[in-house]
Write a protein that binds this ligand. Sequence first.
Ligand code: TXA
Ligand code: MG
Length: 319
Amino acid sequence: MIRRATGPECEATIAEAAALIREGRLVGFPTETVYGLGADATSDTAVAAVFNAKQRPEFNPLIIHIANEDAARRLVEFNDPAARLAEVFWPGALSLILTRRPDCPVSLLAGAGLDTLALRVPDHEIALALLIAAERPIAAPSANLSGHISPTRVGHVAESLGTAIDLILDGGPCRLGVESTVLDLTGDVPTILRPGGVTREELEDAIGPVRVLSEMNSTPSSPGMQASHYAPGLSLRIGARDVRDGEALLSFGRHDLTGCAAECNLSPTGDLAEAAANLFTMIRALDRPEYSGIAAMTVPDEGLGCAINDRLKRAAAPR
Ligand code: TXA
Ligand code: MG
């Protein structure tokens, strides 16, 4: 069931959603990045229901959402870079990987049995209200079937997981449109495991040098970095400089490619933030059987463009 979580009725709706979370049920909710499929992170059975609904391989750990830094400190060993990054970027699109505390109440299944957790404070009124009302951490992967495109509209969630979720909170379209940056702070050098809404440049301004793990494989040592991910139904090729017969074109900026069967332009003015916000919606719009494939132009590999190109490469990877 989809319920609007803005306007006059919203407090009652959030309270109802929080009660469902406490009962171990699943709730879809908006964040500034993408919609999440939320469950009580401290309950093994609730977390198992998330893996089941997403049909997700269980070695792939979930992001744990909390309302603020204090809540994070109760779950993991917070180090200096974490404190600095939380100050600058939380609430926001940055998930920090840190070592679990011995008394951490989060389900081991949520972390796929690792001794680390990915934590973030979402920058969204509805998500924060839900976290506060539920009074517990919420484990929430993106609310799509595993390996499919992330949902940035409430309708996407209903389409792919509608029957598996007890309640979906409608907060309108997601502002950022790409997932959070996943940053591992457990090693000597902070390492980006997944580029996302907070850029490498922004991180380096706050804490100095940051590495990017760019390997794309499917071993559990780099969970969630499967080469083929975000896969549309049609085949998608990247770096398009021409359009082949019957192809739909995912373009960026001004260009002179002609002859496509359909086109969506991520940002006609070449704005990377606008492109990120449009990315998943436009891939979905072009993913139709009447086209022979999707030809995607490359976007500049800088700032948010790194996250966009990462998602396009995964969508294009052999399956
Ligand atoms: O923006 C987002 O991050 C969204 C919204 C809902 O918050 N969530 C999201 O979650 O994208 P999900 O589950 O689709 O992606 C989580 C990513 C995966 O690549 C996973 O492997 C990685 O985070 N991850 C989670 N815990 C980890 C850990 N302990 N160590 C390494 N990677 C981890
Ligand atoms: Mg996901």
